[in-house]
Design a protein around this ligand. Structure first.
Ligand code: 9D3
Length: 246
């Protein structure tokens, strides 16, 4: 998969996309992230990319032409058609279902805004989709683009090692994760739940499932609302609820 990013901060994108699992995916040739700076596509001597808004008011608005030229350069850099996604607070909220869908595409172009935003005419003509990463205020689209690249990158076939994929299999089912423990067995801060030391793999699987269900019920009941649990899961959640009453 190829992701082109139009941004005034190309180094920020390159740095984020070089780290961890996503960096490894790039090294393995599974993902290519390329940043394009609209400032490199200005025609005036000051390399201006922003101007004061018509109608007055605070802040600056990104100019059409540098963005349009950067988008054209990004689009021309590979053969496949590439939808343009604008990261913006006005976009549809990102979730894992959307990430899975976007991860299947061969190409994406991400457009990052700064200042108060982008001239609306560019959005009307060049943007196919708008995505927000949540209801809080960022100072630009770059961190949102980095979030999207990270979430998409790790889903590329071969990006995760076997252990990471297995962990995903058991928990990509809309539940929160179970607690994790490692050495030492006994610590000043507490002991490891004995079942995890029992060697009884069926009991361990059951305990983890129960914790995942219980913690989801406690912390994110919205994830369980409108969801019919399997009889075995219902039993485990009921057990968890009984345990927490004591
Ligand atoms: C304080 C400025 N706001 C005036 C009402 C508007 C505004 C403009 C630009 C708010 C945020 C931004 C920059 N944000 C993004 O580019 C952005 C974003 C976000 O702020 N929150 C969640 N997802 C995203 S995706 C892009």
């Amino acid at each position: 998969m190829r992701i082109d990013v139009v941004t005034l901060f190309p180094d920020l994108i390159a740095h984020c996309a070089a780290a961890g699992v996503v960096g490894r995916a790039q090294e393995r040739g599974l993902l290519q992230v390329v940043a394009w700076n609209p400032r490199d596509y200005t025609s005036d001597p000051y390399r201006r990319v922003d101007e004061r808004p018509f109608g007055g008011g605070p802040g600056m608005v990104m100019l059409i032409d540098p963005l349009r030229a950067a988008l054209a350069a990004a689009r021309a850099a590979a053969a496949e058609a590439a939808p343009v996604i604008y990261l913006s607070p006005q976009g549809a909220r990102l979730n894992q279902a959307r990430v899975r869908e976007l991860a299947q595409r061969p190409r994406l172009i991400l457009l990052c805004g700064r200042y108060e935003g982008v001239d609306e005419r560019l959005l009307e003509h060049e943007v196919d989709e708008e995505i927000s990463i949540g209801d809080y205020v960022l100072s630009g689209g770059e961190l949102a683009a980095a979030v999207l690249i990270d979430a998409i990158g790790r889903l590329q076939e071969g990006a995760l090692n076997d252990a990471e994929s297995a962990a995903q299999d058991s928990f990509s089912d809309g539940l929160l994760d179970c607690p994790h423990y490692t050495r030492p067995e006994r610590h000043e801060l507490g002991v490891v739940p004995p079942v995890l030391l029992s060697g009884d793999h069926a009991a361990i699987r059951r305990w983890r499932r129960k914790q995942a269900l219980g913690r989801t019920w406690q912390r994110r009941p919205d994830l369980l609302a409108g969801r019919q649990l399997e009889p075995e899961d219902q039993k485990l959640l009921l057990e968890f609820q009984e345990d927490t009453k004591i």
